[in-house]
Design a binder for this molecule. Structure first.
Ligand code: ZN
Ligand code: ZN
Length: 390
């Protein structure tokens, strides 16, 4: 769901901002929030919001409509995240790569519509996300028509210069207003801003210059990628109509969680349950790691809540894969809820040896038993045992 913030507020500019201010604000924010750069939670939402605001405010007509009627005047921009519905990124990459020139010279720019960006949702196993992988993905999308090589004109013919706009793709209307003359530039209706017209259409694509085709692409998944990350494959989106530049393909990663290890960025967490005896006497226990099970030493007298850190057993850093995070083993002590007669006997003996008082009231003064461990950390281990026994 898109937020409903004011577009000027989104870009942090006054309502009087001129084109270059809008562009500057957009570039700064887009670079800050671009999901390729910013992996923070919610960055892609912010990025979409910034992009949407820019789409409207950078277009004089849509901006005017927005100023007068708010969002109702410009309609909702899409971006519901469905495959193929991920449009409107075109201007962003203009701003990143070709921005300065395009913005400064302005009016004579020919509008050649580009293909839409595409989104592909890719599921990875925990292991693939950690180690990286080569994946082949297959999808249907508009691709350049081979019959006409994208021009949309029947083979042997060529698109001609539009007679109405003489190839500029623009229609200029001069209006006299109270503030003086205003030039209104819109796309030429005859050629739809293309400057060229196809007279005899290519039969394969009916003049669109592209056809829907099944495509297979190999995607290299870097080690350390995480759930929700996106990989941008530049130019692998839809082909543009009539030879226009292609959009980008965004591969959105969905990583399956590990059944036992909890991941936070480069760190992994494992909750290790040990028995009272193991915690008291010390033990060697096996712990799952991304590289297989490994033995971990539990020192005698280990307390609940102790953290044992296995350095370098976490997830590789996305950009410096030689560095790996840690695996944090969080030790918890399991108090038996049911005792055999022999176990009970031994524990009672233990309690006597420790001088513990055992003649507790029959009713548990703290019913429920499942109280927060942290809240009870000050209680000793054998207080817990007594609680359990009673
Ligand atoms: Zn064609
Ligand atoms: Zn024209």
């Amino acid at each position: 769901m898109a937020t409903q913030r004011d577009y000027y507020e989104v870009l942090g500019i006054p309502r009087s901002a001129d084109d270059s201010e809008i562009k500057r604000a957009f570039r700064r924010l887009a670079q800050q929030w671009h999901p390729d750069v910013n992996t923070e939670h919610g960055a892609d939402e912010r990025f979409k919001e910034v992009n949407e605001a820019y789409q409207i405010l950078s277009d004089p007509q849509r901006r005017q409509a927005y100023d007068m009627f708010g969002r109702a005047g410009v309609g909702g921009l899409g971006g519901d995240g469905q495959f193929g519905g991920f449009q409107g990124f075109g201007d962003l990459f203009d701003a990143f790569f070709g921005g300065a020139a395009a913005g400064a010279t302005g009016s004579r720019r020919q509008r050649q519509p580009s293909g839409s960006d595409l989104r592909y949702d890719l599921r990875l196993t925990f292991d693939e996300a950690i180690r990286g992988a080569e994946k082949e993905i297959e999808f249907s999308a508009f691709a350049r028509c081979e019959t006409c090589t994208g021009s949309g004109a029947a083979p042997g013919t060529e698109p001609i210069t539009c007679p109405q706009c003489h190839g500029t793709g623009e229609q200029r209307q001069i209006r006299s207003t109270m503030l003086g003359q205003m030039v209104n530039v819109t796309a030429c209706p005859r050629c739809r801003g293309q400057g060229r017209i196809v007279e005899s259409l290519c039969e394969t694509c009916r003049g669109d210059g592209r056809v829907e085709r099944k495509r297979t692409i190999r995607v290299t998944i870097p080690a350390g990628i995480d759930d929700g990350h996106q990989i941008r494959l530049s130019g692998e989106g839809e082909a543009g109509p009539r030879g226009g530049p292609p959009g980008n393909l965004y591969v959105v990663v969905h990583a399956t969680p590990h059944p036992e290890l909890r991941r936070e960025d480069t760190e992994l967490y494992y909750e290790l349950m040990v028995s009272i005896a193991q915690a008291s006497l010390g033990a060697r226990v096996m712990v799952p790691t991304p590289d297989g099970a490994e033995p971990v030493e539990i020192k005698p007298g280990t307390q609940p809540g102790t953290e044992i850190r296995l350095r370098g057993r976490g997830v590789p850093h996305l950009r410096r894969t030689s560095i790996r995070g840690d695996l944090h083993v969080l030790v918890d002590v399991k108090v038996p809820s049911r005792l055999s007669a022999r176990q009970r006997e031994l524990l009672e003996e233990f309690a006597v040896e420790s001088g513990d008082q055992l003649d507790l009231p029959a009713e548990d003064p703290d019913p429920g038993g499942g109280t927060n461990r942290r809240g009870r950390r000050q209680k000793g281990l054998f207080d817990k045992v007594k609680d359990a026994i009673s």
